[in-house]
Ligand binder design. Sequence first.
Ligand SMILES: NC(=O)C1=CN([C@@H]2O[C@H](COP(=O)(O)OP(=O)(O)OC[C@H]3O[C@@H](n4cnc5c(N)ncnc54)[C@H](OP(=O)(O)O)[C@@H]3O)[C@@H](O)[C@H]2O)[C@@H](O)CC1
Ligand SMILES: [K+]
Length: 517
Amino acid sequence: MTFETGNSEAALLTPEEMGRADKLTIESGVPGIVLMERAGQAVARAVGERVATGDKVLFLCGPGNNGGDGFIAARCLAAAGYAVRIFVLKDPAELKGDALEAFERLGPVASNQCGKAIEGDDIADDFISSLGSSDLVIDALFGAGLDRPLAGTVLKLVELVNQSGVPVLAVDLPSGVSGASGLILGGAIKSCATVTFFRAKPGHLLLPGRELCGETKVADIGILAQTLEEISPDTFRNSPELWLGSWPRPETSAHKYSRGHAVVFGGPMSSTGAARLSAGAALRAGAGLVTLASPPDAMMVNACHLTAVMLRKVSDTGSITGFLTDERLNALLIGPGFGVGATTRTVVEALLAANRAIVLDADALTSFSEDPDALFGMIRSSPGPVLLTPHEGEFSKLFPDIAGDKLQRARLAAERSGAILVLKGPDSVIAAPDGRAAINRNAPPWLATAGSGDVLAGIAVGLLAQGVPGFEAGCQAVWLHGEAGLESGPGLTAEDLAPALKSVIRGVVDKSSVGHR
Ligand SMILES: NC(=O)C1=CN([C@@H]2O[C@H](COP(=O)(O)OP(=O)(O)OC[C@H]3O[C@@H](n4cnc5c(N)ncnc54)[C@H](OP(=O)(O)O)[C@@H]3O)[C@@H](O)[C@H]2O)[C@@H](O)CC1
Ligand SMILES: [K+]
């Protein structure tokens, strides 16, 4: 993979990769304590945006460098006139390296305002009384170095902070949240804001971690973007920076055939709406033409509801194969409302043999629950890009033995199936067999409504028809779908999404046109 500017801006770093960025920067001549100063000062600025001079700010500082960032911020805020109180987890005599240096830089603040959060196996009384009267808590217990579940008195401490109702600002990550996976290890701080450094971490975007971060701010601490070339991260925030370069911008001379022809395979008379939702979305996503391929019994009901989307009768696999001899039909979608069973498996096999870009959704996935390997074998022999768009239920049927966090599971499933995996949900993950993965965060909860997935699959096939590569098409589709959900607002139904795409696409086109006018 070439590491381009967009990738750099959208890159997410695991705690391990962040450690490498830190190490490379230190090796290039920037001392660790300088990075810690910048990190601590960024935290102090974020505090200054939330509480006023004179307010009581309580610091909880852990034994590592996360605690060190806390000491720096505490020194800056004390100097600025805030009523700072610092509680350390371990005896300061046990601090090492940059964290020790940061503690020493506290000077007189250390002797006047510092106490222990834990005495023996109990939470210190002094901490409990200070917590109740604080205006803000700074969680500088654990960040990237969290390596086991919170337990014992530390867990009690975290629970006490959460129960206090005092707002919390987290340094790097809310303590207890894994930066790599967003999972909660044992228990975790619930913060209203988080300040992280250089680049966000997967745990800031994946649930449940994302919900505990509050508003996440990424502070520049002087680590250069070039550092990423060495690290070559393969996890990204799903945002236009990642895929704007692949956005399908029609040439001035474009005609409808040059913008691709998507085909959506629809189901029987009793379930035709899903495929129509998909077809309408494919057209909105920019495919030049969209045809709904309908079984004979559903022709009338489809004909009554379609206008710009074309209709074609296909009665069996033979007539589908005949239809696909038209090579202009370059992207196919099957699944929404199609029906589950042997016929679906046969049609999917024919489509995968037809060497087109394909989206397999809903019933097309469920039909292979008994024998997913048969599907993966066919995908591997199909030269065109294949997108699988399961929700969690469909995923667990196709990949019953794949466990782990959402990012790991999507990656493993993409590798096993040979397809681009779009694992849907409030934090959808798009993963490619080559290891790239993107995490989406713009989907509002009101997108969880009947037909919403059919629209997503339709957007994806519309983008594939325009020649967008598989991974980017998956990322673009998920992002556009989320934005359309935001644009439509609470109370939306799936029918609202395709119309809402119009202004969303205008926004992307405006961004992608910069420099092209
Ligand atoms: N990288 C960068 O570029 C920069 C990084 N910076 C900052 O450094 C932070 C990372 O620092 P870090 O590596 O020292 O780890 P950190 O999060 O302080 O925790 C380690 C300590 O926690 C302990 N511990 C762990 N789990 C525990 C548990 N469940 N329960 C109890 N204890 C537990 C563990 O203890 P031990 O295993 O030794 O008992 C160890 O002592 C990073 O988040 C950011 O804030 C900035 O300064 C700017 C530049
Ligand atoms: K923290």
